[in-house]
Write a protein that binds this ligand. Structure first.
Ligand SMILES: CC1=C(CCC(=O)O)c2cc3nc(cc4[nH]c(cc5[nH]c(cc1n2)c(C)c5CCC(=O)O)c(CCC(=O)O)c4C)C(CCC(=O)O)=C3C
Ligand SMILES: [Fe+2]
Length: 395
């Protein structure tokens, strides 16, 4: 077997890679990390250009865009997401330094300044040629994985550096302990806060694991083409598996029999005729009083930081729905720059640099550890047909 890195930039995936390992266990001498973020506006003037970037060619109705623009306008046109990425970058740098690992971190976004192309150019100018990307998204689907890979490929193309730089990506880390443990900690604290409001009866509390809705057609295509994951594809399967682990582990720590929970969806977009994953969090909240529930802990399991989807769709809308339903409610934290999360991301880098055998890679669900190299047709793009994507096997 070749000792070359299997995942290569743009369309350069070798024929060997097509039949190659799902996990790269040969050590690769990465010389830099690429933190690939979503990006967000940093002032009122940025809001519309940012929304255009995000929705180009997406068929999002104007009414939806106006509504979303209002969310940003409400917060002064500023999304907190860029500051959160800056904090995560600084935390990664601190953790790398603490461990004596000499790997610089370059940060670039898909949809706003600094763009991925800027980061790629800077890394190249500093002499780096073999980058390992960390996307700020933990699950598999077009929006949460492939789109990051396509945008990295576009950045390589736009900078003309596709032939010079190799960019691989760490595996999707939805079930890595560094990602999961901060959620467990948050749920334990949230339930403790709610217990006095339900006379100590945990069966009256419902955990609502919230993630971004996506078109069902995307969900069905999430994950490798040649595997079946049931309804909602790998995207739903991964979220269900993580939610189960978090609920079970939190119940154990709290010493209660079990904590009832649902996986719910938020931030639906797209034309009304297009089916998206359901139930919507607000619809589910409205049903809960009829089931004897008196309090909810909203767990933003689909997100990494308290960005606009969390501040608006959960902290503004869903908490309001809970008030209307007469439920006590808390929203538990995202991983943000939690020390365990940051350590986990560094561990994910090291497993690739050191070629850690798959059996030694931490994964808390039966679905993982996820693939280092996205499989053929993984999280296929139903919007624009085939587009080149970095860090995967073509097509
Ligand atoms: C799965 C998923 C994640 C989680 C994975 C990840 O984190 O990447 C995510 C994150 C985010 N989504 C974000 C913002 C937006 N997403 C939009 C639109 C869409 N998202 C989608 C999916 C996802 N999105 C989809 C299927 C669309 C429809 C367009 C299409 O079919 O491709 C739109 C357009 C308006 C609208 O339609 O809502 C905006 C403004 C921000 C930044 C927040 C901030 O600024 O703080 C973040 C972190
Ligand atoms: Fe989104």
């Amino acid at each position: 077997m070749s000792t070359e890195p299997v995942a290569t930039a743009v369309l350069a995936a070798s024929p060997a890679a097509a039949d190659g390992p799902e996990h790269v266990t040969e050590p690769v001498a990465y010389d830099a990390i690429l933190l690939a973020g979503f990006g967000g506006p940093e002032g009122q003037d940025d809001v519309i250009p940012f929304l255009r970037n995000v929705t180009r060619g997406r068929g999002i109705p104007d009414e939806r865009l106006e509504e979303v623009a209002h969310h940003y306008r409400h917060f002064g046109g500023v999304s907190p997401i860029n500051d959160q990425s800056r904090e995560l970058k600084a935390a990664l740098e601190a953790e790398l330094e603490r461990r004596g690992i000499d790997l610089p971190v370059y940060w670039g976004n898909r949809n706003w300044d600094p763009y991925l192309a800027d980061a790629v150019r800077a890394a190249y100018a500093d002499g780096h040629r073999t980058l390992l990307a960390i996307a700020t998204s933990a699950y598999s689907s077009f929006s949460s994985c492939r789109q990051y890979r396509e945008d990295i490929a576009i950045a390589l193309d736009a900078t003309g550096l596709g032939g010079e730089l190799t960019i691989d990506k760490v595996r999707q880390y939805f079930d890595h302990p560094g990602f999961v443990e901060p959620f467990v900690e948050g749920v334990v604290a949230g339930v403790r806060e709610l217990l006095p409001q339900v006379d100590g009866d945990a069966s009256r509390i419902r955990l609502l694991f919230a993630t971004h809705s996506i078109p069902t057609a995307d969900a069905e295509r999430s994950g490798p083409r040649d595997r079946a994951f049931g309804e909602g594809g790998a995207y739903a399967a991964q979220h269900l598996a993580v939610s189960e682990i978090v609920a079970t582990e939190a119940a154990r720590i709290l010493g209660v029999d079990r904590l009832g929970w649902d996986l719910v969806y938020q931030s639906r977009s797209g034309p009304p005729t297009q089916p998206w994953l359901e139930p919507d969090i607000n619809d589910r909240i409205a049903e809960l009083p009829g089931e004897g529930v008196r309090a909810v802990a909203i767990v933003p399991v689909g997100f990494l930081s308290d960005h606009m989807e969390v501040l608006w769709d959960l902290d503004t809308e869903a908490l309001e729905s809970a008030r209307e339903a007469g439920l006590a409610a808390v929203r538990t934290p995202t991983p943000g720059s939690h020390q365990r999360f940051v350590e986990g991301l560094v561990d994910l880098v090291l497993e690739r640099r050191d070629g850690t055998p798959v059996a030694e890679r931490p994964a808390l669900t039966d679905l993982g550890p996820w693939f280092d190299v996205c499989r053929p047709g993984c999280c296929e793009n139903i919007r624009a047909g085939f587009k080149p994507a970095a860090a995967g096997v073509a097509p």
